[in-house]
Design a protein around this ligand. Structure first.
Ligand code: GTP
Ligand code: SPV
Ligand code: MN
Length: 611
């Protein structure tokens, strides 16, 4: 990235780092992108006020009413920049084969040539922010540093919520000379002298690029969360999954929760569901069964390492929640409502009420009589369009979650007892199925399927394979990723590893209604999982795994008919036979990298379905 800094006027900077490599990178990016000024992010309250005041001044943020949502802001993106762009996301490994059949790939040199052109002068007229951050704990045995350079104050405000950022982190990087992931982001909307800015600058040209060997991220053209808050999906999943493969740990798209039984027994559960398929909701669930307690540890990402005792420990690398807004209400996710009620939050692409609060579909049964919709237009309950984009999000500090588990502060994380995979399927997949062992559980994860959602651009409701809910996030060949799952148990003591289950809250009846009420009632399935871990209940061997008979699920006080529950749990041989060719085709994509044991699992499934 050679650019001659001496030909430019010196750019004012709020700081110069003693870390020569870091300072050299910052200088190099500044020379390339030509910002007006450089601001190093400290993480102070004064700085938050400065940033948010500037965002209000620029028209990007609207300050909400202090009595309703203190220190909180409404924000509307450009209508074309509302979700992750999977078709513009690349894994630029040196060797194309290392990106595998599920990722977009371009040679690193080719991608750099294209992007250096785009970055040239891309920050003109803007401030370049330097955000030192750490994913996970600063005092972790393996602190995972990053530095994001961005020309978006929205990104800075959001990163301050989503990650531990600022002076303390920078000092640690400087004092220890630790490695960090350089993450470069530009919205790609330079300003000519005197040119007025827009509320949400972005570009029609978008690239979200990971260089796994260099542990480096370049993002261009989008301001949206997963494309622009580079500590999140780009680092903590795509880059971290490649690190995990090399170092013997796992980076997963999983929530982490703590479950306490009425007797006081504690279990830790991690669950991988695809984007907008219920992680945030389950992570904060209020059990409907008496005496059971859920506490939150994480709602989106888990890093899993084997501890000294051989168990798999999970840490949430994040510091905030970036949750799907629509469908979040007092009836469905009261704890998320309590979290945002404390303020200090950014709401993107939801509706604004006339009294300076926010609203979205599903927050309350009845919509307010008048709103400003996410596109800034008048909205009434008679309006044709939704008031909020289906992928609108709340960005809020996890510390405000009233049921945050104390273990959140433990840099070593919590030992996981069970892993749940889940997807959004109208048919075929039972409410809950248990894997016979880790390899079978890996097969379940590798063949996980789900209907696409608004979290990514493109068609919604199309069934696709989404292995381990990681399809858009595996930073290398997915076949190698499955091998890594298999080898995690092989290289360690599988008997100490979590049991694996596959759940589906989204199966429908003939009229299209959900067979299972979901949300708080999902606690009944958590209880069943504990009962299985403890050996309290039997499960039936079926072709696809261990499925409960209806009486193994606690339905006391639940409004569900015996037929509905049986239907939710049913293993339909015909539906599963129809699934086989799809799984076959899916596996064939991988060629040699698919672990043979997964073919063996498929053969076993086939023969059991025939039998
Ligand atoms: P990402 O943040 O995109 O990774 O998503 P997530 O997995 O955290 O999804 P989230 O919990 O935000 O849920 C997404 C949508 O699914 C929301 O609209 C929820 O209301 C809905 N949802 C969550 N749990 C359930 C459930 O048990 N049943 C039904 N029917 N819908 C659910
Ligand atoms: C997802 O899409 O899975 C999210 C939201 O959690 S984002 O951070 O935008 O990727
Ligand atoms: Mn997610």
């Amino acid at each position: 990235m050679a650019a001659d800094i001496s030909t430019h006027d010196p750019i004012t900077s709020s700081y110069r780092s003693s870390h020569t490599e870091l300072q050299a990178w910052v200088d190099e990016v500044a020379a390339l992108t030509e910002p007006d000024r450089i601001q190093w992010i400290e993480g102070t309250d004064t700085e938050w006020v400065q940033l948010t005041d500037e965002l209000v001044e620029a028209g990007t943020f609207v300050r909400l009413d202090e009595t309703k949502k203190p220190n909180s802001f409404w924000c509307a993106s450009d209508p074309t920049d509302v979700a992750r762009v999977e078709d513009r996301t690349f894994i630029c490994s040196v060797d194309e084969a290392d990106a595998g059949p599920t990722n977009n790939w371009m040679a690193p040199s080719e991608m750099k040539r294209i992007m250096l052109d785009l970055y040239a002068g891309s920050m003109r007229g803007r401030t370049m922010y330097v955000i030192p951050f750490v994913m996970g704990h600063l005092d972790s045995a393996h602190p995972m540093f990053g530095v994001e350079i961005t020309d978006s104050a929205y990104v800075v405000a959001s990163m301050r919520v989503m990650a531990r950022v600022g002076r303390e982190v920078l000092t640690r990087i400087e004092e220890t000379g630790a490695a960090y992931v350089p993450a470069l982001h530009s919205v790609g909307a330079p300003l000519e002298p005197g040119q007025a800015d827009v509320a949400w600058p972005c570009s029609d040209t978008k690239y979200i690029v990971q260089f796994p060997e260099e542990r480096m991220i370049w993002s261009y053209g989008s301001g949206y969360g997963g494309n622009a808050l580079l500590g999140k999906k780009c680092y903590s999943l795509r880059i971290a999954s490649a690190m995990g493969r090399d170092e013997g740990w796992m980076a997963e798209h999983m929530l982490i929760l703590k479950l306490t039984s009425p007797a006081g027994d504690v279990k830790y559960i991690a669950a991988a569901f695809p984007s907008a398929c219920g992680k945030t909701n389950l992570a904060m669930v209020e059990p409907t069964i008496p005496g059971w307690k859920v506490e939150t540890l994480g709602d989106d990402i888990a890093w899993l390492r084997v501890g000294a005792d051989g168990r798999l420990y999970a840490v949430n690398p994040e510091f905030g929640l970036f949750g799907v807004a629509p469908g979040t209400g007092w009836d469905t996710n009261a704890n998320a409502m309590r979290t945002i009620a404390q303020g200090n939050s950014v709401f993107t692409n939801v509706a604004l009420t006339d009294d300076g609060d926010i609203w979205w579909e599903g927050m309350t049964d009845e919509a307010p009589a008048h709103l400003t919709d996410w596109k800034g237009r008048d909205w009434t309950p008679d309006s044709e369009e939704l008031s909020s984009h289906p992928n609108s999000r709340f960005c809020t500090p996890i510390r405000q979650c009233p049921i945050l588990a104390d273990e959140y502060d433990d840099p070593n994380g919590v030992p996981i007892d069970a892993i749940l995979f889940g997807g959004r399927r109208r048919t075929t997949i039972p409410l809950v199925t248990e894997a016979r062992d880790w390899t079978h559980g890996t097969f379940m994860g590798a063949t996980l399927s789900s209907e696409t959602t608004a979290a990514a651009t493109g068609a919604v409701g199309v069934v696709r394979r989404d292995p381990m809910a990681m399809l858009p996030f595996i930073g290398y060949d997915a076949g190698d990723y499955f091998s890594h799952w298999i080898s995690m148990a092989k290289n360690n003591d599988e008997t100490k590893f979590p049991k694996i289950f596959y759940v589906n809250w989204f199966r429908r009846d003939d009229e299209g209604g959900f067979l299972w009420p979901g949300f708080g009632e999902n606690s009944r399935i958590l209880k069943y999982v504990v009962d299985r871990l403890e050996g309290n209940v039997e499960a039936n061997e079926t072709a696809i795994g261990l499925v409960p008979s209806p009486d193994a699920i606690d339905t006391e006080g639940l409004d569900i008919t015996a037929d509905q529950l049986a239907e939710a749990l049913r293993v339909d041989a015909a539906e599963w036979k129809a699934e086989i060719p799809q799984i076959n085709e899916w596996f064939e994509k991988f060629g040699d990298t698919l672990p043979t044991v997964l073919w063996t699992e498929l053969d076993g499934l086939k023969s059991r379905l025939e039998g």
